[in-house]
Structure formats: structure tokens, C-alpha cells
Design a protein around this ligand. Structure first.
Ligand SMILES: [Zn+2]
Length: 484
């Protein structure tokens, strides 16, 4: 799939608004999300059947050229087959916008591509498994790329194809102003239901932004290191060992986490969908389901508190410092091998926060002309002494302060890690600057470190689809992908 070229001075950014749909609109939203899921599952079943048929034929010794023909995995191919089958498979298909089915097929095409690339060794990162069927418990979402996608002039409604005018929970002013001034264009809109049951719309937009540092921010430090944790969300330090900033987790977050733990314990005492005695599935009790709904709400609340804190902190970081160094996300649990042992919820929270910080810094450093340096995955930032450079073989998470056996340094553990990261960032900056003699190019570091398209993840938008619209279209997109 050809990647969309983002013109200079423009970035892809998501604007997300919570919705207040009427009960009828809520049914419409659920129907559209269900339609996307249905189309995806239906075509996945077909793809699987064809693959199984071919392998069975091979086992009988059928020649390669007379095997059942493969089913195309591209979106147009899947759409063609779906269009031919939809009248019999889903006679009710006209109830929903064609975009609903298209977004399900798009998700399937992407999953199949990732799987086949990963299997062929053409994809970085963790191995990707064969696509799975989406159950009703999967996150309900549907994406619109064509038809009327509008923000209404009253700043409190959005218009979506087939679903019509839906009230937004908060004002859409920021994006609406940008659209009116022609500095933003809507590419697509994704509607999804969060774990607390609330529907949200996320507009993927192309926004014109100049790389500028706001005058009020002022540059405080050339290089800082950032350690991301649970109790203190962020600890920021300079290479010379000074603590610049410490962002504690807000109390409301601690309360939400306590509640989440309590609810999970409660659910474990109730009759869940798995029976440990017979080791079989069973019908969960109503009380278990009720607790699950509360767990979803508690999760969503904790997540939004954390997101808010991290958003504000990362903006401050990107505006005030020139080079920011962070840890690289530990993908497959290497942190347990000799490093800090983080398990369960704490570990999950720390990893989620780190991923969030990195993603936000990746685009904010571009906005404000600073740069992001990511430490090597094996860089022992928390095990190294920031005083003498000696390294500990093992450091438990429970040890809140770092005590060095060589030089006798006693220092807060997170601060120690942040200082080490800052020093790494400093050496990185110096080594890059020396050959050409020029200063760090704004955003370049971030672009190199975070892979091919950091801007596509801007503002944490959920859709990963590269927009395919040419630039000369305004808010309402053209009819592209007509038959779906
Ligand atoms: Zn030491």
C-alpha cells in the first residue's frame, strides 16, 4: 500500500471528542461497529477456509497449479468478494453505511498483511500471529473516510455518514477554528466505544503547524533524561546530576488504581467465564458481569487521569528542553532478567506509561523543534551508578534508592536512572554534532529513532491507516472506495 506523503509543514494529528449520543444514535453506533466486526469475521472465515482447503489438497498430492485459487488479501480484493457475498451473507447490510463494512475489511487486510510480513521476516518487532476473530467483547469501532464528516458550526455537534448529527460532550472549537482558517483538513473519523462504555469520535486530520517553540517556554536545559515510573510518573534530570522535574502520580490516580485492584479481587471471587474445577468455560454470573463493567470504568478513569498528567508533562518537556532521552520500551519482559522485577498491574502500568510518554514526545518534539533520543533497549539506566559508573548485576523494584558498593553513593533510584539517560543523550548529541559541526536538526533525531512514521501516531490516534486522500480536498472527503 502506497504511503501517503505528508506535505512539509503539515502533520497528521487526531482530535478526540467524547460523544453524547441519543439512545437511537447509540444503537446506530453499535450497529455500525457490529457490521464492521461481522464483515471482518465473515471474510476471515473465508480466508481460513481457502487456506485449509489448499493445504488439504496439497496433502492429497494435488498439483500446485490446480489448487483452489488463493483469495486476494488486499482491501480491494476482499471488498470485491464481500460485495459479491453480502446479499446472501448479510441481507441486512443496507441498514449500515458501506463504510462500516469497509472498516472491518480494512482491519482484516492489515492484520493479514502484518502476519504474512512477520512470517516472511519482513516485519520488525514481535512475531504477529494469524488474525483472530473479533468477539463481542472486542473494542467496538468503526471508521469513516467518505461522506459527510463535519463539525457543526454550533461547536457542539458532529455529523457522520448515516448516523447524522451527534452531540459532543465538549466543545469542538479548537478543531473547528482550524478548519475555518484552512489550517486543518479532516481525513477520516473513527468512532469507538471506550472500556467505560462511552462513545468517542477521533478525527484524523492534516494540520498545518510551524515548528516553533512558544516564546513563554524558554530553554531551560540542553539535554535531559526522563525516567518513567509508577509512583512518580516522570523524573527528569540533567547530565550533571541535577533533578529538574518530578511529576508524581496524582492522588486521584492512586485512588483509581486501588479501586481497580479491589474490583479485580472481587471479580475473582465471583463466578467468571472459566470454571477452575472442571477447567471448562461456563456462563458467567450477572454479578461477575456487573463487576466487569465497573472494572472497565475504573480502567478508563485511571487511564484518562494518567493521560492528562502525561500530556501536560510531555508538552512541558518538549517545549523547555532541547534533547530529551527516554528508555526504550521493553517488549518481551527483559526487565525481569537481572533488572527491576515488575510484575502484574504495576509492570503493565509502567510499560503503558512509558509507551505513552515516548509516543507523545515523538510528535511534540517535532512540533516544538526539540529532539528525542531513545536509549538502546539494553542500556542499564537503572542498574548503573551515576556517581562512578559501576554496574549492579541486579536491582529489585522494591529498592527505592540506589546504594553503590563502590563509591558509597546513595541516590533515589529514579533520579539515578534519569541522570544516566541524560548522560547517554549528551554523548549521543555530541557524537552526532562533531562531524558536520552543525547543531541538531529539529525533529530529525525523533524521526530516526521512532521509525518511519511518528507523525501518523500523533495524539495517539487509534487508526493507523495512512490517509490516501490527495491534499486538495477539504473537510468532506471524496468518494473513494465506492463499492464496499
Ligand atoms: Zn558508584
Amino acid at each position: 500500500m502506497a504511503r501517503f506523503k505528508i506535505p512539509d509543514g503539515w502533520v497528521v494529528q487526531a482530535y478526540r471528542y467524547a460523544l453524547d449520543p441519543t439512545p437511537a444514535q447509540e444503537r446506530g453506533l453499535a450497529s455500525h461497529a457490529g457490521a464492521a466486526r461481522f464483515a471482518r469475521n465473515h471474510m476471515l472465515r473465508l480466508v481460513k477456509a481457502v487456506l485449509d482447503q489448499r493445504s488439504a489438497e496439497r496433502s492429497y498430492g494435488v498439483a500446485e497449479d490446480v489448487l483452489t485459487p488463493v483469495l486476494g488479501w488486499s482491501l480491494p480484493a476482499l471488498r470485491r468478494v464481500w460485495n459479491a457475498r453480502k446479499n446472501s451473507a448479510a441481507p441486512w447490510w443496507k441498514e449500515n453505511s458501506k463504510e462500516a463494512y469497509n472498516s472491518g475489511l480494512d482491519s482484516l487486510a492489515r492484520s493479514l498483511e502484518s502476519w504474512s510480513k512477520s512470517r516472511g521476516g519482513r516485519r520488525a518487532g514481535r512475531p504477529v500471529g494469524f488474525p483472530r476473530f473479533h468477539t463481542k467483547r472486542a473494542r467496538a469501532s468503526v471508521r469513516f473516510t467518505t461522506g459527510p464528516l463535519r463539525l457543526e458550526p454550533d461547536r457542539h455537534h458532529v455529523t457522520l455518514p448515516r448516523l447524522g448529527r451527534i452531540r459532543t460532550h465538549e466543545s469542538t472549537r479548537k478543531l473547528a477554528l482550524r478548519i475555518e482558517n484552512a489550517t486543518a483538513r479532516v481525513l477520516s473519523a473513527t468512532v469507538a466505544r471506550d472500556s467505560d462504555g462511552r462513545w468517542c469520535v477521533s478525527f484524523q486530520t492534516l494540520v498545518q503547524r510551524t515548528t516553533t517553540r512558544p516564546a513563554h517556554a524558554g530553554i531551560r536545559h540542553a539535554v535531559v533524561g526522563v525516567d518513567v515510573g509508577v509512583k512518580d510518573l516522570l523524573v527528569v534530570a540533567t547530565p550533571d546530576g541535577a533533578e529538574v522535574d518530578r511529576v508524581p502520580a496524582p492522588r486521584s490516580l492512586a485512588r483509581a488504581t486501588v479501586r481497580l485492584r479491589a474490583l479485580q479481587r472481587k471479580a475473582s471471587r465471583q463466578q467468571g467465564p472459566y470454571d477452575p474445577q472442571s477447567k471448562h468455560k461456563r456462563l458467567p454470573s450477572k454479578r461477575w458481569r456487573r463487576t466487569q463493567a465497573l472494572i472497565g470504568k475504573a480502567h478508563a478513569r485511571a487511564a484518562s487521569i494518567r493521560r492528562d498528567t502525561v500530556q501536560k508533562a510531555t508538552t512541558r518537556l518538549a517545549q523547555q528542553h532541547l534533547t530529551i532521552t527516554v528508555e526504550t520500551l521493553n517488549v518481551s519482559g527483559m526487565r525481569t532478567a537481572g533488572g527491576a522485577c515488575k510484575r502484574g498491574l504495576n509492570r503493565a502500568l509502567a510499560d503503558a506509561a512509558l509507551a505513552q510518554v515516548r509516543r507523545m514526545l515523538a510528535y511534540k518534539t517535532i512540533w516544538y523543534g526539540s529532539r528525542l533520543v531513545e536509549a538502546d533497549r539494553w542500556y542499564p539506566s537503572s542498574k548503573t551508578c551515576s556517581g562512578c559508573g559501576s554496574r549492579k548485576p541486579r536491582l529489585l523494584l522494591a529498592e527505592r534508592s540506589y546504594v553503590c558498593e563502590h563509591c558509597g553513593l546513595v541516590i533515589d533510584r529514579d533520579l539515578n536512572a534519569a541522570i544516566n539517560l541524560a548522560r547517554l543523550g549528551e554523548t549521543h548529541t555530541l557524537s552526532e554534532r562533531s562531524p558536520a559541526g552543525s547543531g541538531p536538526v529539529a525533529g530529525r533525531g525523533a524521526m530516526q529513532e521512532t521509525g518511519p512514521a511518528p507523525a501518523g501516531d500523533a495524539a495517539g490516534c487509534e487508526t493507523s491507516t495512512p490517509p490516501q486522500h490527495p491534499l486538495d480536498q477539504t473537510g468532506t472527503a471524496s468518494p473513494q472506495g465506492e463499492a464496499a
